[in-house]
Every structure is written in C-alpha cells, then in structure tokens.
Design a protein around this ligand. Structure first.
Ligand SMILES: Nc1ncnc2c1ncn2[C@@H]1O[C@H](COP(=O)(O)OP(=O)(O)O)[C@@H](O)[C@H]1O
Ligand SMILES: [Mg+2]
Length: 241
C-alpha cells in the first residue's frame, strides 16, 4: 500500500527538551488523519518535520515519497501547508498575496484560481484589503486559500479551526471532508477533541512527544466509548507512569 506520509522513529530535541520522541506513523492516500494532543505535546514540531521546516534529530520520514531531510524544498512545493498562527504579509492585499503565492508556484490561470477561492471561502469583498486590516478569521481563510491554490494531493494543517467562527468552522470541515472524498489527503493537528471526532478517519494521540495511540475514530465512538474519556485516560496514565 502506498502511503502519503511514512514516519519512522521521528525525534526532535531542542537542547534538553525532547519535543517529539520516536514517532512512527503512516497516513494513506485519501485519509483525513488527526494528530491530537494537549498544548506542548509535539504536534507543531511533528508537522514542521513533515514539511521540511525542521530537521529531525533522529528517525526518518517520507512525504509523498520524498525524504524530509533530502528533499525539504521539494516537499514544500508539492504539499499544501497551513502553519500554526501564521498570517499573510501585512503589506499585501489579500489578492496580491494569493497572486504572489500563485507566481511562486508557477501556476497558470491565476485569475480563475483567485476568483474561485475568494468565492469558495466567501470573502470576495476583502480582496483589496491589506492583510494587516483583515480580521483573524479572514486571514485564516487566506491561509487556507494559499494552501489549496496549487491543488495539492496532501495538505498539512496545524490547528485548522482556530480563529474561525462557527459558520466558517462548519464550512471548513465540510470542505476538508469533500477534499478527501475527491482523493486528497489531510494531516491536521488539533487539541480540540470534537473536531477529530467529527471529521477525522483516523487519529493519533500524542503526549510529551510520544505517540500513545493510533486508530480509526470509529473504533472509539463505535464502541460507545467517548473520545474525550479515552484521551484523558491515556494522558493521565502516561503522566502517572
Ligand atoms: N523552537 C523551539 N525551541 C525550543 N523548544 C521548542 C521549540 N519548539 C517547540 N519546543 C518545545 O517542544 C515541545 C513541543 O512543542 P510543540 O511542538 O509546539 O507542541 P504543540 O504544537 O503540541 O503545542 C514544547 O515543550 C515546546 O516548548
Ligand atoms: Mg502547536
């Protein structure tokens, strides 16, 4: 079986802090995988290693068949990335930013692509507004648009629904489900259990940098067990042991 993401013993130390500790996992094509964990558990570091932004201390990973240490730039070209808490440049308008990204990625049909994303995420009225004057929610929409602009087969999203109002959250969840239904693959991180329960096919639970569990969401919810209690038991057991 061909996997979009394959990580083997992935580890990252920052000085004496082990942010990610020997994580092995695979994500199949067409899967919506959610990495769940409390703040500081290693989710962002994991995504940064998988997108060639941070070099692993040890272990290895391949993303769309590309080694993260050997091909970090190529990986960033082919996947879509929405980093945590990142915003578009303050001095560009929303449309200028999208055009800028489209040009870097050598895309054709830039007008149509921009049009499509402003319409899809419902902010055509904001296209000429400087990014510094956009609301946090609209900036996050713009970050979604840049990640999907080149129609990547894999998107990695760090805390996707932060800053979005409930209506937009609904749209983003539906959009992501539609994207995987059409064959796309999503790796997202979240500390919000409800998101994972609602939209993920499979989850991984990370705590103190260690992956404590991976499995289909259905295994938990289908068995009548609430994901929240499952998560808390795992994390408490880990802290105590
Ligand atoms: N650049 C860095 N330098 C030093 N420590 C870091 C750095 N990035 C993350 N850490 C530490 O690594 C751990 C995991 O952080 P992070 O991956 O951001 O977790 P999460 O995204 O789950 O909140 C935390 O203890 C954090 O303080
Ligand atoms: Mg984080």
């Amino acid at each position: 079986m061909h996997h979009m993401i394959e990580a083997e013993g992935l580890t990252k130390n920052y000085g004496s802090v082990t942010a990610v500790n020997g994580v092995s996992l695979n994500v199949a094509e067409g899967e919506l995988f959610g990495l769940l964990g409390p703040n500081g558990s290693g989710k962002t570091t994991m995504i940064r290693m998988l997108t060639g932004q941070v070099r692993p201390t040890s272990g290895s990973a391949r993303v769309m068949g590309l080694d993260v240490v050997e091909n970090p730039i190529r990986i960033r070209e082919v996947v879509g990335i929405i980093p945590e808490q990142e915003t578009p440049p303050s001095f560009l308008t929303a449309e200028e930013y999208l055009r800028f990204v489209a040009r870097i990625r050598n895309l054709d049909g830039i007008d149509e692509r921009c049009e499509r994303w402003f319409d899809l995420l419902e902010f055509p009225d904001k296209r000429d507004v400087l990014c510094k004057d956009l609301s946090r929610g609209t900036r996050q929409k713009l970050m979604f648009a840049q990640a999907f602009l080149h129609e990547p087969r894999l998107v990695l999203i760090d805390e996707p629904l932060i800053n979005l109002d409930p209506i937009m959250q609904r749209k983003v969840k539906d959009f992501l489900r539609g994207y995987v239904r059409d064959g796309g693959t999503v790796f997202l991180s979240t500390h919000i259990l409800g998101i994972a329960e609602e939209i993920c096919d499979r989850i991984g639970i990370i705590h103190n940098g260690r992956l404590l569990y991976t499995g289909p969401v259905d295994d938990l919810t289908g068995s009548g067990r609430h994901l929240e209690s499952f998560f808390l038991d795992l994390v408490r057991g880990d802290a105590g042991g």
